[in-house]
Design a protein. Structure first.
Length: 432
């Protein structure tokens, strides 16, 4: 097999195969995030072709974001039961099916079904939970850095592909963007089939930073037990204040990123006379700065108190959102916003994953973070619909930006109220 031969070659050069898994996961999250971001440049073309209102289209995108989050804890359970590689390939089939089906849609309910439900379920299987699962299984050393790299791929994928998709849409129509997205997904699926492995023990390797090979846990129970595992874990961790603080702050994270900027920024800029390609280019600049900001956040999360990192990240994001309406949407104003907001776009993920692992243990971190990420996407869905409703009813997106900025300042205060260290409850501690 390709992966076995490559693992042997890398071992002779003292390179751990975990880095190949990271690269494969990076590509997977990059292209699926690009698929998540694609509808952001397609709102106006859909309005022009079908006559749908912003609030109608936003409702479908809100469903997609909601399912993207709700699938998180079950995605972790599926990966534990079926294996990471099978889950990723199945997810990519779902995403492609949703986009291909949309080529033939004529009614708003079809948009809701295809881009809301089908794409939402597919992208939810390869969300941030994948980063948490891969980092926990393959890395003991540098885990925060790995989470930062993979988190950066997700946010960067949502943003960096947007200028190209905007250009394709402007030149050849929105269906050309759909074909582009499907091509990206097919390529990534082939790479996953060739190089992805579920655990280091599959290649007779220890995780990076350890000396002993850890065998995979013994599967107990059947499919129903696996499906019930996220509910059991939620019941356990929901008794702790730490879980609810992480959930609440990540709700605000989604409210101020995916649901607001990713979904509506291009249309917002259009309201101020900025063309879609130029607006998408601003998002791409955010993606570039996010890449470095999130990797830097992973490095910092291995070295500093993650509660205070979250305090600064949310506080600075809130200030940048409150600044945007006063930027006059000039070149310099948007450039300042793109740099500061971009550095902070998803820098909150590594500290949040680290806090979840420290408080609840690495075997549960995938499912626990899945529930926390559900909060993220509930916030994203709220903003995706709420901002669209604001534009429809008030003829302006700006109230949504003021609200999101204020909530970010609240999240910065909540973050430092988390207990300083230790597993969250004796019950959780006893499980390990």
């Amino acid at each position: 097999m390709v992966s076995t031969a490559l693992a042997s070659t890398l071992a002779r050069r003292n390179i751990h195969y975990g880095w190949v898994v990271v690269a494969t996961t990076f590509l997977t999250m990059l292209v699926t995030a690009g698929a998540m971001g694609a509808p952001g440049v397609l709102i106006k073309p859909l309005q022009d072709e079908f006559g749908w209102e912003t609030s109608q289209i936003s409702s479908a995108l809100a469903v997609r974001l909601l399912l993207f989050g709700l699938m998180g804890p079950f995605s972790a359970a599926f990966m534990n039961y079926f294996g990471v590689r099978k889950v990723i390939v199945f997810a990519m089939i779902l995403i492609s099916s949703g986009f291909v089906g949309s080529l033939f849609m004529t009614e708003i309910w079809q948009l809701l079904l295809l881009w809301g439900i089908v794409v939402g379920l597919g992208t939810g299987l390869t969300a941030m939970v994948l980063a948490a699962t891969v980092s926990a299984r393959w890395f003991t050393k540098h885990r925060g850095l790995v989470v930062g790299m993979l988190s950066a791929s997700s946010a960067t994928g949502q943003l960096v592909f947007l200028p190209l998709m905007a250009q394709l849409t402007e030149s050849y129509g929105w269906r050309a963007t759909v074909f582009f997205v499907c091509g990206m997904i097919l390529f990534a699926a082939l790479v996953v089939l060739a190089f992805m492995r579920d655990r280091p023990s599959d290649l007779n390797l220890p995780s990076f930073g350890e000396d002993r090979i850890t065998p995979p846990p013994v599967q107990t129970g059947g499919l129903l037990t696996m499906l019930a595992a996220p509910i059991v874990v939620l019941k356990e961790v929901s008794k702790t204040s730490t879980f609810w603080i992480l959930f609440a702050t990540f709700f605000i994270c989604g409210l101020s990123t995916n649901g607001l900027i990713q979904t509506h920024f291009v249309t917002l800029c259009g309201d101020f006379g900025i063309l879609p390609v130029a607006a998408a280019s601003v998002l791409a600049v955010m993606g570039i700065f996010d890449f470095f900001g999130t990797i830097g956040s992973g490095w910092l999360s291995d070295r500093f108190d993650n509660r205070w990192l979250l305090f600064w990240y949310y506080g600075l994001r809130g200030l940048s959102l409150l600044f945007l309406p006063f930027s006059d949407f000039s070149f310099y104003g948007l450039s300042i916003f793109a740099v500061f907001y971009g550095l902070d776009w998803i820098a909150t993920v590594p500290p949040t994953v680290k806090l979840a692992a420290e408080r609840f243990g690495k075997e549960k971190v995938g499912i626990v973070f899945g529930w926390v990420f559900t909060g993220h996407q509930l916030g994203a869905a709220t903003a995706a619909y709420g901002a669209g409703l604001s534009r429809t009813e008030l003829q302006s997106y700006l109230p949504a930006f003021f609200i999101a900025g204020a909530f970010c300042l609240l999240a910065s205060i909540l973050a430092i109220t988390i207990k300083k260290s230790g597993l969250a409850t004796p019950a959780v501690s006893a499980a390990h």
